[in-house]
Design a protein around this ligand. Structure first.
Ligand code: HEC
Ligand code: HEC
Length: 340
């Protein structure tokens, strides 16, 4: 029989040993987890404490994010559509491509700073991060796997033991599956671009980038609000006169929201092409051409866009130079975020 003290001591030793293995495996674990709540960011919407984000939970989530086991024909994973080298956005196709090459109706957005979003999907149809994975897993045009089958597969694979080690549970249920995927997603924090270094006084903009920033603050920042470059509200930026995808209106059922989409962060926008909810614009040049001369006078056009912005080619180059200062190479290359 163990006395209470022995149990306590064992618990302390166990905690200490997991702490040590954690440091060893993550290398610079301390600075890495510190970066998950950047000091120059506002408070997050989703309450999370990087210090309690358990390494083994994150690792299980990472394994599953990159595992084809969650698609009906075992051909794609979350990471197939959300590619690290493209800041976890899609690439190759304007609309997302799921199992059997089935096209979805929207472009695959980049994933970063998810704890700061108010709601998820381009129309904000999901209001909690932990519920998001159910949508792609079960969608016929994405992974096409009923949740019951996903759980059956996991419970008859080596994941069962891996989950048991981490959570002590005999079976993997929906809650645990969502928990681990969410834990990994929370580590996709992007706050280490040149822009951030300038903000923190560690670097300076070139003359062209500085001109770009000035134009950006005057014409774009009311929607793409720094430092996250979005407050994750919705707007109609004049892509179409009458939108074929209702966007936000599909959720609010309010006709004036038709053609409104979640304002995307522009962090890593250099790599998240093609752009817009329908992937209709392939380059940053094309995006600036849209804002410059292509704005459609939709009845729902956001009042923050008064009409064509008519940038000169020098101004367009400056804006692009500024947008490129938002590229965070550590997000794109951090091995802790890549395929295990
Ligand atoms: C077939 C491609 C594809 C796969 C596979 C896929 N996604 Fe996505 N993901 C998308 C698309 C497209 C959207 C936008 C959907 C919309 O707005 O209706 C999206 C949206 C998201 C969002 C919300 C982003 C935001 O800005 O609101 C998150 C989070 C996300 N996916 C996580 C995942 C996870 C986790 C998996 C694996 C379980 C996954 N995705 C699998 C294509 C994919
Ligand atoms: C009225 C608010 C508003 C203003 C002002 C605005 N945008 Fe946008 N922007 C949006 C919305 C909304 C989208 C997404 C539209 C969609 O998904 O179809 C978007 C999309 C983008 C994208 C594509 C990002 C992606 O990942 O698909 C870029 C790049 C962009 N805007 C740059 C700019 C620049 C540069 C300016 C200033 C010249 C600007 N925006 C001004 C609301 C705005």
């Amino acid at each position: 029989m163990f006395s209470l003290n022995t149990v306590r001591l064992a618990a302390i030793l166990f905690a200490a040993s997991s702490l040590f293995s954690c440091t060893a495996e993550w290398g610079s674990n301390k600075s890495w987890s510190k970066g998950l709540k950047p000091t120059h960011f506002p408070g997050s919407s989703y309450a999370f404490d990087p210090d309690t984000l358990d390494k083994s939970t994150v690792e299980l989530g990472r394994a599953l994010f990159y595992d084809n086991i969650l698609s009906s024909d075992s051909s794609i994973s979350c990471g197939t559509c959300h590619s690290q080298t493209h800041a976890f956005a899609g690439h190759g196709t304007a609309l997302s491509a799921g199992v059997d090459g089935r096209l979805g109706t929207r472009n695959t957005p980049g994933l970063s700073n998810l704890a700061w979003h108010e709601s998820y999907m381009l129309d904000g149809g999901i209001n909690h991060l932990e519920l998001v994975p159910i949508a792609p897993i079960t969608s016929k045009v994405e992974m096409n796997l009923p949740l019951s089958e996903a759980l059956m597969r996991l419970n008859t694979s080596s994941y069962r033991d891996r989950f048991k080690k981490v959570f002590g549970a005999d079976t993997i249920n929906t809650k645990l599956l969502m928990k681990v995927l969410t834990a990994f997603e929370l580590t996709l924090v992007s706050a280490d671009a040149k822009y951030d270094a300038v903000l923190l006084g560690e670097a300076t903009f070139t003359v062209e980038e500085a001109l770009g920033e000035e134009l950006f603050m005057a014409r774009c920042a009311s929607c793409h609000v720094p430092p996250l470059f979005s407050e994750y509200t919705y707007a109609n930026n004049g892509l179409e006169l009458y939108s074929t995808d209702g966007g936000r209106a599909r959720i609010t059922l309010n006709a004036t929201d038709s053609g409104s989409f979640k304002i995307p962060s522009l962090r890593n926008a250099e790599l998240t092409y093609p752009y817009m909810h329908d992937g209709s614009l392939y380059t940053l040049d094309a995006v600036l051409e849209h804002y410059s001369t292509g704005i459609k006078d939709s009845p729902n056009l956001d009042p923050r866009i008064e009409g064509p912005m008519e940038f000169t080619s020098q101004e367009k180059s400056a804006l692009i130079a500024f947008i490129k200062t938002l590229t965070d190479h550590s997000l794109l290359t951090n091995p802790n975020l890549g395929e295990p």
